[in-house]
Design a protein around this ligand. Structure first.
Ligand code: NAD
Length: 382
């Protein structure tokens, strides 16, 4: 069976869905691997490295996709009118497409109409068995790291307390908003750099996790926050009353902060605004806010998604989009391993092809379409 790896064509994308190391393992499964020329270049993996790993380097998307039974991508394929190549039209009918699709009902309908079996990896259930295939976690972890490194780069002082013969520079005060996968890595990274770190979250479990990393907890707790975690482990949307109380606690702390790292998300909704314009106005000139939640609208009212802005009081707000793509080699390596693990988990050695049992929790979680039908519970009905 032929597996195709396409170049990502979206403007802010620098990752690739397979790296030479995973290509070798895909070939060991019995697959023939075709990688579109230049696919790994922006992540630091040249065509020669794929060729050395045993892949065919195809001159363009059409050549890579011709006869493919499996297609690996980072983001959804471009469809007509979205770019110079209609990738969707080039994917052979019957192929299994594995990517982070960010699909809605309409997109799921397009995959079904194209006869593509579409697996949306971002919809994988967050259960223990799925950890090694969990693209949200692998990418959020790196985003959290990268956000702190970028904050350090944009900050006019340093993170650690620097005691020198010429005088002492105080440690930076860092506040992390949201202590999920990205936030916990942001805490750890800011601590490694020598910052004085505090963090806030709404889920009760997060408080202990924040403390276990040596950061202090800043937050408001009541009966609502004690029940703020869904069965899936995510935060519930909080009431306006709770957000106002939480805002009072944050407002009291934020004026002393040098760095604020925003990572708070609520599944399927716009990110909550946790840093208001008034809070930004209370911050010191030279402070830095990094907003990893920018792709979901951002946690900071001053965030301009995709951009860096400097507020009238001199606060830098980094609202770049697609944070994992800002550390593309590491993000591609982990993403590629997540996809490889998914394929090997559902690999039928005898048939030398994927076998995706419809009743399996992970399969049910990710498969949007099969055999020309929309099958995912979120999109199939109605
Ligand atoms: P996420 O990206 O959905 O959200 C990031 C964080 O923002 C979360 O900690 C959330 O509680 C927090 N948040 C939401 N609203 C907030 C508010 N108003 N104020 C402050 N913080 C707010 O979360 P995530 O990183 O994807 O993690 C979600 C959960 O999934 C966690 O419980 C995590 O431990 C769990 N998880 C489990 C697995 C696994 O077992 N396979 C893997 C990864 C994550």
């Amino acid at each position: 069976m032929r597996l195709a790896v396409l170049k990502e064509r979206r403007a802010d994308e620098a990752r690739v869905a397979a790296v030479p190391e995973t290509v070798k393992k895909l070939i060991a499964l019995g697959l023939t691997v075709a990688v579109e020329a230049g696919a790994g270049l922006t992540a630091g993996f040249p065509d020669a490295a794929y060729a050395e790993a045993g892949a065919e380097v195809a001159p363009d998307a059409a050549a890579a996709l011709a006869g493919a039974g499996i297609v690996l991508k980072v983001r959804a394929p471009l469809s007509a009118g979205e770019g110079e190549v209609d990738e969707l039209a080039l994917i052979p009918r019957g192929a299994l497409l594995i990517a982070t699709l960010g699909a809605d009902k309409e997109a799921a309908g397009r995959y079904a109409a194209a006869g593509i079996d579409a697996a949306a990896m971002e919809m994988l259930p967050r259960i223990t068995r799925a950890q090694s295939m969990d693209v949200l976690s692998s990418q959020a972890n790196l985003a959290g790291y990268r956000a702190v490194v970028e904050a350090a780069g944009a900050f006019d002082r340093g993170f650690p307390m620097l005691m020198t013969a010429a005088g002492t520079i105080p440690a930076a005060n860092v506040l992390v908003m949201g202590a999920g996968v990205a936030g916990l890595q942001a805490i750890a990274t800011a601590r490694r750099l020598g910052g004085r770190v505090s963090a806030t979250d709404v889920r009760p479990a997060a408080k202990e996790e924040i403390k276990s990393l040596g950061a202090s907890f800043v937050g408001y707790e009541d009966d609502e926050s004690r029940a703020a975690q869904t069965a899936g482990g995510y935060a519930k949307p909080m009431s306006a009353e709770f957000l106002a109380k939480q805002g009072e606690v944050v407002a009291a702390a934020i004026g002393k902060m040098d760095i604020v790292v925003c990572t708070a998300l609520v599944q399927g909704r716009r990110a909550p605004i946790l840093v208001t314009e008034a809070m930004v106005a209370s911050m010191k000139p030279g402070s830095v806010i990094v907003d990893i939640a920018s792709d979901a609208g951002g946690n900071c009212a001053a965030t301009k998604p995709g951009e860096m802005v400097v507020t009238p009081n001199g606060v830098k707000v980094l609202g770049f989009s697609n944070w994992p793509a800002r550390i593309p080699a590491a993000a591609s390596s982990l993403y590629a391993r997540n996809l490889l693990t998914f394929l090997t988990t559902f690999w039928d050695k005898d048939a030398s092809a994927p076998k995706l049992p419809a009743e399996d929790d992970l399969v049910r979680g990710v498969m949007l379409t099969r055999g020309g039908q929309v099958v995912h519970a979120n999109f199939a009905a109605g």
